[in-house]
Design a protein around this ligand. Structure first.
Ligand code: MN
Length: 233
Protein backbone atom coordinates (compact mmCIF):
# COMPACT_ATOMS: atom_id res chain seq x y z
CA UNK A 1 0.00 0.00 0.00
CA UNK A 2 1.32 3.41 -1.01
CA UNK A 3 0.13 7.01 -1.16
CA UNK A 4 -1.29 8.29 -4.43
CA UNK A 5 -1.05 11.61 -6.23
CA UNK A 6 -3.96 11.19 -8.61
CA UNK A 7 -3.35 14.44 -10.52
CA UNK A 8 0.10 15.97 -10.99
CA UNK A 9 1.79 17.70 -13.93
CA UNK A 10 5.27 16.16 -13.93
CA UNK A 11 6.09 17.84 -17.25
CA UNK A 12 5.78 21.27 -15.62
CA UNK A 13 8.58 20.82 -13.06
CA UNK A 14 12.05 22.01 -14.01
CA UNK A 15 13.72 19.18 -12.01
CA UNK A 16 11.45 16.17 -12.47
CA UNK A 17 14.17 13.73 -11.34
CA UNK A 18 14.31 15.37 -7.90
CA UNK A 19 10.51 15.38 -7.71
CA UNK A 20 10.38 11.63 -8.44
CA UNK A 21 13.17 10.85 -5.97
CA UNK A 22 11.26 12.68 -3.22
CA UNK A 23 8.03 10.94 -4.26
CA UNK A 24 9.69 7.51 -4.03
CA UNK A 25 11.09 8.30 -0.57
CA UNK A 26 7.59 9.33 0.57
CA UNK A 27 6.05 6.19 -1.02
CA UNK A 28 3.84 8.15 -3.41
CA UNK A 29 2.57 6.82 -6.74
CA UNK A 30 1.98 9.49 -9.42
CA UNK A 31 -0.66 9.69 -12.12
CA UNK A 32 1.00 12.22 -14.43
CA UNK A 33 -1.38 14.39 -16.41
CA UNK A 34 -0.66 15.63 -19.92
CA UNK A 35 -2.40 18.36 -21.89
CA UNK A 36 -2.25 16.98 -25.43
CA UNK A 37 -1.43 13.66 -27.14
CA UNK A 38 1.84 15.27 -28.28
CA UNK A 39 2.73 16.14 -24.66
CA UNK A 40 1.94 12.51 -23.72
CA UNK A 41 4.35 11.22 -26.35
CA UNK A 42 7.08 13.53 -25.03
CA UNK A 43 6.55 12.71 -21.32
CA UNK A 44 6.10 8.94 -21.64
CA UNK A 45 9.74 8.14 -22.59
CA UNK A 46 10.99 10.53 -19.87
CA UNK A 47 9.13 9.05 -16.88
CA UNK A 48 7.04 6.11 -18.11
CA UNK A 49 9.70 3.56 -17.12
CA UNK A 50 9.46 4.61 -13.50
CA UNK A 51 7.79 1.90 -11.40
CA UNK A 52 5.63 4.39 -9.52
CA UNK A 53 4.55 6.64 -12.39
CA UNK A 54 1.63 6.23 -14.78
CA UNK A 55 1.31 8.72 -17.61
CA UNK A 56 -2.22 9.80 -18.51
CA UNK A 57 -3.24 10.69 -22.06
CA UNK A 58 -4.60 14.24 -22.06
CA UNK A 59 -6.70 16.63 -24.11
CA UNK A 60 -6.93 19.67 -21.80
CA UNK A 61 -9.91 22.00 -22.32
CA UNK A 62 -7.70 25.09 -22.34
CA UNK A 63 -5.68 23.50 -25.19
CA UNK A 64 -8.80 22.58 -27.18
CA UNK A 65 -8.24 25.12 -29.93
CA UNK A 66 -4.83 23.56 -30.64
CA UNK A 67 -6.21 20.01 -30.78
CA UNK A 68 -6.80 19.51 -34.49
CA UNK A 69 -8.06 16.40 -36.30
CA UNK A 70 -4.56 14.91 -36.36
CA UNK A 71 -4.16 15.19 -32.58
CA UNK A 72 -7.63 13.73 -31.95
CA UNK A 73 -6.82 10.82 -34.28
CA UNK A 74 -3.60 10.31 -32.31
CA UNK A 75 -5.69 10.30 -29.10
CA UNK A 76 -7.74 7.42 -30.51
CA UNK A 77 -4.58 5.52 -31.51
CA UNK A 78 -2.94 5.93 -28.09
CA UNK A 79 -5.90 5.47 -25.74
CA UNK A 80 -5.83 1.69 -25.99
CA UNK A 81 -2.28 1.69 -24.56
CA UNK A 82 -3.02 3.62 -21.36
CA UNK A 83 -4.85 3.00 -18.08
CA UNK A 84 -5.44 6.70 -17.36
CA UNK A 85 -6.82 9.61 -19.39
CA UNK A 86 -6.32 13.23 -18.31
CA UNK A 87 -6.43 16.03 -18.12
CA UNK A 88 -9.73 16.30 -19.97
CA UNK A 89 -13.01 18.16 -19.41
CA UNK A 90 -14.56 21.58 -19.83
CA UNK A 91 -13.69 25.06 -18.54
CA UNK A 92 -16.45 27.68 -18.42
CA UNK A 93 -14.46 30.19 -16.37
CA UNK A 94 -13.35 33.54 -17.75
CA UNK A 95 -10.24 31.86 -19.15
CA UNK A 96 -12.18 29.13 -20.92
CA UNK A 97 -15.43 30.71 -22.02
CA UNK A 98 -14.05 31.92 -25.36
CA UNK A 99 -13.06 28.40 -26.40
CA UNK A 100 -16.11 26.48 -25.14
CA UNK A 101 -17.18 25.38 -28.62
CA UNK A 102 -13.76 23.88 -29.29
CA UNK A 103 -13.74 22.33 -25.80
CA UNK A 104 -17.09 20.65 -26.38
CA UNK A 105 -15.84 19.23 -29.69
CA UNK A 106 -12.73 17.80 -28.02
CA UNK A 107 -14.46 16.48 -24.87
CA UNK A 108 -17.20 14.81 -26.95
CA UNK A 109 -14.46 13.21 -29.05
CA UNK A 110 -12.70 11.92 -25.93
CA UNK A 111 -15.90 10.50 -24.43
CA UNK A 112 -16.80 8.87 -27.75
CA UNK A 113 -13.36 7.44 -28.42
CA UNK A 114 -13.76 3.69 -29.13
CA UNK A 115 -10.88 2.71 -26.82
CA UNK A 116 -12.01 4.72 -23.80
CA UNK A 117 -13.86 1.92 -22.02
CA UNK A 118 -12.10 0.85 -18.83
CA UNK A 119 -9.83 3.92 -18.65
CA UNK A 120 -9.93 6.14 -15.58
CA UNK A 121 -10.42 9.81 -16.43
CA UNK A 122 -9.10 12.80 -14.44
CA UNK A 123 -11.53 15.59 -15.21
CA UNK A 124 -11.40 19.39 -15.10
CA UNK A 125 -14.82 21.02 -14.66
CA UNK A 126 -14.19 24.63 -13.49
CA UNK A 127 -17.13 26.89 -14.28
CA UNK A 128 -18.82 24.13 -16.29
CA UNK A 129 -19.66 21.63 -13.57
CA UNK A 130 -23.26 20.82 -14.55
CA UNK A 131 -22.39 20.19 -18.19
CA UNK A 132 -19.22 18.22 -17.40
CA UNK A 133 -20.95 15.94 -14.90
CA UNK A 134 -23.89 15.38 -17.28
CA UNK A 135 -21.53 14.47 -20.14
CA UNK A 136 -19.63 11.98 -17.97
CA UNK A 137 -22.87 10.44 -16.69
CA UNK A 138 -24.32 10.13 -20.21
CA UNK A 139 -21.13 8.45 -21.42
CA UNK A 140 -21.01 6.13 -18.39
CA UNK A 141 -17.39 7.16 -17.95
CA UNK A 142 -15.26 6.13 -14.96
CA UNK A 143 -14.11 9.58 -13.88
CA UNK A 144 -12.41 11.45 -11.07
CA UNK A 145 -13.39 15.11 -10.74
CA UNK A 146 -10.16 16.94 -10.02
CA UNK A 147 -10.23 20.11 -7.85
CA UNK A 148 -14.02 20.28 -8.00
CA UNK A 149 -15.16 23.82 -7.10
CA UNK A 150 -18.78 23.86 -8.24
CA UNK A 151 -22.11 23.68 -6.46
CA UNK A 152 -22.80 20.78 -4.10
CA UNK A 153 -25.92 19.80 -6.08
CA UNK A 154 -23.79 18.86 -9.11
CA UNK A 155 -21.38 17.03 -6.83
CA UNK A 156 -24.39 14.99 -5.67
CA UNK A 157 -25.23 14.21 -9.30
CA UNK A 158 -21.63 13.15 -9.83
CA UNK A 159 -21.87 10.78 -6.86
CA UNK A 160 -25.07 9.30 -8.29
CA UNK A 161 -23.19 8.73 -11.56
CA UNK A 162 -20.48 6.80 -9.68
CA UNK A 163 -17.81 9.49 -10.06
CA UNK A 164 -14.92 10.15 -7.67
CA UNK A 165 -13.27 13.35 -6.42
CA UNK A 166 -9.58 14.10 -5.98
CA UNK A 167 -8.75 16.79 -3.43
CA UNK A 168 -5.58 18.85 -3.03
CA UNK A 169 -3.99 21.02 -0.32
CA UNK A 170 -5.39 24.28 -1.79
CA UNK A 171 -8.93 22.90 -1.62
CA UNK A 172 -8.62 21.96 2.04
CA UNK A 173 -7.43 25.51 2.83
CA UNK A 174 -10.66 26.96 1.40
CA UNK A 175 -14.05 26.92 3.12
CA UNK A 176 -15.67 25.75 -0.09
CA UNK A 177 -13.30 22.81 -0.43
CA UNK A 178 -13.69 21.85 3.22
CA UNK A 179 -17.46 21.92 2.82
CA UNK A 180 -17.27 19.72 -0.26
CA UNK A 181 -15.09 17.21 1.59
CA UNK A 182 -17.63 16.99 4.42
CA UNK A 183 -20.36 16.20 1.89
CA UNK A 184 -18.47 13.36 0.16
CA UNK A 185 -18.56 9.72 1.19
CA UNK A 186 -15.01 8.73 2.15
CA UNK A 187 -14.88 5.97 -0.42
CA UNK A 188 -15.19 8.53 -3.26
CA UNK A 189 -12.24 10.68 -2.18
CA UNK A 190 -8.74 10.48 -3.70
CA UNK A 191 -5.63 12.58 -3.03
CA UNK A 192 -3.89 14.86 -5.52
CA UNK A 193 -1.48 17.79 -5.51
CA UNK A 194 -2.11 19.36 -8.96
CA UNK A 195 1.54 20.31 -8.62
CA UNK A 196 3.27 22.45 -9.59
CA UNK A 197 0.18 24.66 -9.98
CA UNK A 198 -0.81 24.43 -6.30
CA UNK A 199 1.45 25.99 -3.68
CA UNK A 200 2.25 24.72 -0.20
CA UNK A 201 3.51 27.65 1.86
CA UNK A 202 5.93 29.53 -0.38
CA UNK A 203 6.81 26.63 -2.68
CA UNK A 204 5.25 24.50 -5.40
CA UNK A 205 3.33 21.42 -4.30
CA UNK A 206 4.81 18.07 -5.33
CA UNK A 207 3.81 14.41 -4.96
CA UNK A 208 5.87 14.09 -1.76
CA UNK A 209 3.32 16.42 -0.13
CA UNK A 210 0.60 13.74 -0.30
CA UNK A 211 1.33 12.16 3.14
CA UNK A 212 0.72 15.56 4.80
CA UNK A 213 -2.47 15.95 2.76
CA UNK A 214 -3.68 12.52 3.88
CA UNK A 215 -3.04 13.56 7.49
CA UNK A 216 -5.33 16.55 6.85
CA UNK A 217 -7.95 14.16 5.47
CA UNK A 218 -7.58 12.09 8.62
CA UNK A 219 -8.22 15.20 10.75
CA UNK A 220 -11.34 16.00 8.70
CA UNK A 221 -12.51 12.42 9.06
CA UNK A 222 -11.59 12.17 12.75
CA UNK A 223 -9.49 9.07 12.18
CA UNK A 224 -5.82 8.09 12.39
CA UNK A 225 -3.55 9.06 9.45
CA UNK A 226 -3.00 5.35 8.81
CA UNK A 227 -6.76 4.86 8.48
CA UNK A 228 -7.03 7.70 5.95
CA UNK A 229 -4.11 6.24 3.99
CA UNK A 230 -5.84 2.86 3.79
CA UNK A 231 -9.13 4.52 2.86
CA UNK A 232 -7.65 6.47 -0.05
CA UNK A 233 -5.69 3.44 -1.31
MN1 MN B 1 -4.28 20.03 -13.52
Amino acid sequence: MVFIDAHVHLDHYSRVGDVLTAAAAAEVVCIAMTQTPLDFEILLPRVGGHARVRVALGAHPLCAERLDEGQLRRFDELVGSVDYVGEVGLDGSRAGRVSLDAQRRVFAHVLGSPGLCGRVLSVHSRGAEAETVAALADAGALGVLHWYSGALKYADRALEAGLYFSVNPAMLRSQKGARLLRSLPRDRVLSETDGPFVTVGARRAQPADVPALVSELAAAWSCEPKGARVQVW
